[in-house]
Design a protein around this ligand. Structure first.
Ligand SMILES: [Cu+2]
Length: 167
């Protein structure tokens, strides 16, 4: 698609020009982190479980870290939520869910409970931040909201995936 490529090039050029003009950025933008592979969210699971609906404007995001950041241990991650609220796991309440931090997860099944393991951290107490010890090197972080049964909402409330470097 030559047309699309042309547009993208133009946007990239403008972006660089803006950076140069304002002189606020000390480093070139970090390469974008490829999104995790997902299957499309279904309103109802094969088991007949009807997913908790999420408002169209619901979003989740990492407040204090951005793609390309370099940080030292311990790594604090603050969870931001908009358009939907937090409730502890096990509590069924409309327009709520609890946070999950996906660490180095490249594929997400949005039609199954969020796994319980070191790469999928549940914050079933309704916590909105965590302090982690991560191995030095690069890691991806992504937030996923899920319902009282740890099943993602429909549509899924999933943050951008970012890469950080831990010194
Ligand atoms: Cu959970």
């Amino acid at each position: 698609m030559p047309m699309l490529r042309l547009v993208l090039t133009a946007v990239a050029t403008l972006g660089l020009a803006a950076c140069g003009h304002h002189g606020m950025h000390q480093h070139a933008a970090a390469p974008a982190t490829p999104p995790a592979t997902t299957v499309a969210s279904k309103a109802m699971l094969d088991s007949g479980y009807k997913k908790v609906p999420a408002p169209a404007n619901a979003s989740v995001y990492i407040i204090n870290l951005k793609n390309g950041d370099t940080v030292a241990n311990p790594v604090r991650v603050q969870f931001g939520l908009s358009g939907i609220g937090v409730a502890p796991a096990g509590m069924e309440k409309e327009n709520t869910g609890h946070h999950h931090l996906l660490i180095d997860v490249a594929a997400i099944d949005l039609n199954a409970p969020v796994p319980f393991d070191d790469n999928h951290r549940h914050f079933g107490g309704g916590q909105t931040e965590v302090t982690l010890a991560l191995k030095p090197g690069t890691h991806t972080l992504q937030l996923l909201l899920a319902d009282h049964n740890h099943i993602p909402h429909h549509p899924a409330v999933l943050s951008e995936r970012i890469t950080i470097t831990v010194r």
